[in-house]
Write a new protein. Structure first.
Length: 432
């Protein structure tokens, strides 16, 4: 399944061998950070000097010297114009949809699942693709447990290339698949309070939580990983009931009941927890902490956990602050926030767990600009394509928009918000 990709990776390994110095640019989310860690580790192991930097995207500047090798991870495939201007050898390790044609100035290798018969949206992430690259450079099978972070962070499925990586990790003893609940590790009470995936709506509701715990008759001070089989079952049923009552999207229930991935060589063995910690480091602009944790540097674990806790608390506070401001329109719901610290995590949680029956459009007005995050789910996306809705509605008011069917965004002028939302509603109604 990964054969075509391995062929490209082999060509990339030849460029690596030739290079004296390598510049790695990667994205700052969980997928990008773990991809960066995998590439960095594989280069460290062969003693190849490199420099790694995080970018929000390729609208930021890529710096290099002519005789160096540039590696673009979790980005590049969608920016042929930028890549075609880089006057150095280039390797792209990406899983985004290909746009246009890249006309390289020098040696060029493009490693992307879409070019190898795999669906890069669900079947392989940038960190998974980096893993294939790393194993063309040397034996880096132990990095399978980091390679899977991108799939979790980008909400992919454990199928295709991802399934193959998990299998390789299991066979070699770096990953273990366990029956259980996809929850963070830790004391039950704390996990239920701070969980964002799934979001359980216990934050700031201590009485409700105590009530919940006494009904299921499990001590909240118990470690989740120590619960008995019966306790896990009781807890799972109670959580599913709660999610259904909240009006959560059914898809989140399948994800939550699925198999649990245990990463045996990592600093945090719970895979969703490690992914979340790394993601929050990126969100908090502490990418190097996330990177160090992926490189198994114990010195950064405490700092990472601290960042994670702060991040979760902030998101939960924001959700409670804004959830009642969501307005119902004909074919969508919308929320207009001002100066919120972040937009997309709030939009994701509200749309997955509280307002799952219509597309949700969240606008954040900040520093004289309006940032829009639009979210729906696979079921709603059968009718409404939010990427298209965002693109058309933003164009109408002189802004720019696009993305994926279920998760899209736009940038518009603050004074255009009302007209934009009217247009979004009209387009959603037309499509549904
Ligand atoms: Mn990615």
């Amino acid at each position: 399944m990964l054969d075509l990709l391995k062929l490209q990776a082999k060509k990339a390994a030849e460029l690596v061998e030739k290079a004296d110095f390598i510049r790695i640019y990667t994205h700052f989310d969980a997928d990008g950070i773990s991809a960066g860690a995998i590439i960095a580790k594989s280069l460290l192991r062969i003693g190849k000097p490199f420099h790694l930097r995080f970018l929000k995207g390729l609208n930021e500047k890529v710096e290099y010297e002519k005789d160096e090798l540039v590696i673009l991870a979790d980005m590049g495939s969608g920016y042929p114009d930028v890549v075609s201007q880089i006057d150095a050898d280039v390797i792209i390790i990406d899983h985004h949809t290909l746009v246009g044609k890249i006309e390289p100035l020098r040696n060029f290798v493009h490693i992307n699942p879409h070019l190898a018969g795999l669906d890069g949206t669900y079947e392989l992430s940038a960190s998974g693709t980096s893993y294939v690259f790393a194993n063309a450079i040397g034996n880096n099978v132990d990095l399978s447990s980091i390679a899977i972070l991108g799939a979790i962070g980008d909400k992919q499925k454990l199928v295709g290339g991802n399934a193959e990586i998990v299998k390789e990790g299991v066979i070699n003893g770096f990953i273990e698949l366990k029956e259980g609940l996809n929850l963070y590790s830790g004391k039950l009470r704390e996990v239920l309070t701070y969980s964002l995936e799934p979001f359980l709506d216990f934050y700031g509701k201590e009485d409700e939580l105590e009530d919940f715990l006494s009904k299921i008759k499990i001590d909240g001070d118990k470690e989740i990983d120590d619960l008995s089989f019966e306790e896990i079952n009781t807890l799972a049923n109670a959580i599913v009931l709660r999610l259904l009552k909240m009006g959560a999207y059914e898809g989140v229930i399948d994800e939550f009941i699925g198999k649990k991935l245990i990463l045996k060589s990592e600093l945090i063995s719970n895979a969703i927890m490690l992914t979340d910690v790394v993601n929050s480091c990126g969100r908090a602009a502490e990418m190097s902490v996330g990177l160090a944790i992926c490189l198994r540097d114990k010195n950064y674990l405490g700092k990472g956990l601290e960042i994670w806790k702060k991040y979760r608390t902030e998101i939960l506070e924001q959700i409670n602050k804004w959830r009642n401001e969501v307005k119902d329109s004909f074919c969508m719901r919308y929320l207009v926030m001002e100066n919120a610290p972040s937009t997309s995590p709030i939009a994701s949680t509200l749309s997955r767990y509280i307002y799952a029956d219509k597309p949700l459009i969240v606008v954040n007005i900040k520093n004289g600009k309006a940032k829009v995050s639009a979210r729906s789910n696979a079921k709603l996306a059968e009718k409404v394509d939010l990427a298209e809705v965002m693109r058309l509605a933003a164009e109408r008011v002189g802004g720019r928009g696009g993305g994926h069917k279920v998760a899209a965004g736009a940038n518009i002028e603050p004074q255009a918000v009302e007209e934009f939302l009217r247009e979004v509603d009209r387009l959603c109604c037309m499509q549904s």
